[in-house]
Design a protein around this ligand. Structure first.
Ligand SMILES: [Fe+2]
Ligand SMILES: [Fe+2]
Length: 282
């Protein structure tokens, strides 16, 4: 027990994507991943101990009906993209213009910031030795939330589909579905935050249920599953993360159009233009 507590070997291997992935990793990558896994587990144990010490009661989550009842108490709908809504009690800010031929990195800098959540998610995926298509999926999996929130898996995949490997858009499209379904072996539990966000008695709609059924037997099931595994543990507002470690991966796998995103006449160019110019009234 070099870490002072027991490592669940099966859960560790599953968190990396299974025995085949682990076998393909270098000795060094494996050691790094183990260390990272141990750190995460240690943090979880510390948090559990703290909660126990504080004698905290289990959180009372809202019901679906209670969440429904809040709709008419807000000036905006919950599904509005975050680029279009100011923080509570604030006004929206003037946005800096994008360069004439904007790249994905320009969008990260000028429209997706702070992008903390996706950067943390991708950072975790990188540290745990995920394949590059999955790391890219983690980096892009929620950026569409700046545009629109309902069905963000489908919108998010569509936004990048012409430019990324098929496995990457597959992982983005279906992470939304798999977030609703636990997979212990892969190291994914149904998140408490979903009890908070959707209601404790929430049942996913038929299209999500049908998609889950399809995914369970799909040969690429692990691609979106690994996005959910890296998604779950990655909310930390204080973590310092940058896009720098991903610039090469973007260069290798993101087909940046030479005209700039939004100017390339692709089937999704208008989505990038909307992100570029969210102040246009029509
Ligand atoms: Fe998501
Ligand atoms: Fe996410």
């Amino acid at each position: 027990m070099p870490f002072g507590f027991e490592i669940d070997r099966r859960a560790f291997i599953a968190s990396l994507g299974g025995p085949a992935v682990v076998a393909a990793m270098s000795h060094e990558a494996r050691a790094d991943a183990l260390e990272h896994y141990a750190e995460t587990k240690l943090e979880e144990l510390a948090a559990q101990n703290q909660a126990a010490l504080a004698g905290q009661q289990a959180e009372k989550f809202p019901t679906v009906a209670e969440i429904q009842a809040q709709i008419a108490t807000r000036p905006t709908r919950r599904g509005a993209g975050s680029l279009f809504v100011a923080g509570r009690g604030e006004n929206v800010k003037i946005l800096e213009r994008l360069p004439e031929k904007p790249t994905l990195l320009d969008f990260f800098r000028l429209r997706f910031q702070p992008a903390n959540h996706v950067l943390q998610s991708a950072t975790r995926a990188l540290k745990t030795g995920m394949k590059e298509e999955v790391i890219l999926a983690c980096l892009l999996h929620d950026v569409v939330l700046n545009l629109i929130k309902p069905d963000h898996g489908w919108w998010g995949a569509q936004l990048v589909e012409p430019y990324v490997p098929e496995k990457t858009s597959f992982a983005i499209r279906y992470h939304q579905t798999l977030r609703f379904y636990a997979d212990e072996e892969a190291g994914y539990e149904y998140p408490d935050s979903y009890h908070r966000t959707f209601g404790v008695d929430y049942v996913p709609p038929p299209h999500i249920q049908a998609t889950y059924k399809m995914l369970k037997n799909h040969k690429w099931y692990m691609e979106p599953r690994m996005v959910t595994v890296n998604d779950l543990y990655s909310f930390d507002p204080k973590a310092v993360v940058t896009i720098d470690p991903f610039v090469d991966i973007i260069g290798r796998h993101f087909k940046q159009p030479k005209e700039g995103l939004g100017n390339d006449n692709s089937p999704v160019a208008h989505m990038w233009r909307t992100l570029a110019n969210p102040d246009n009234p029509l």
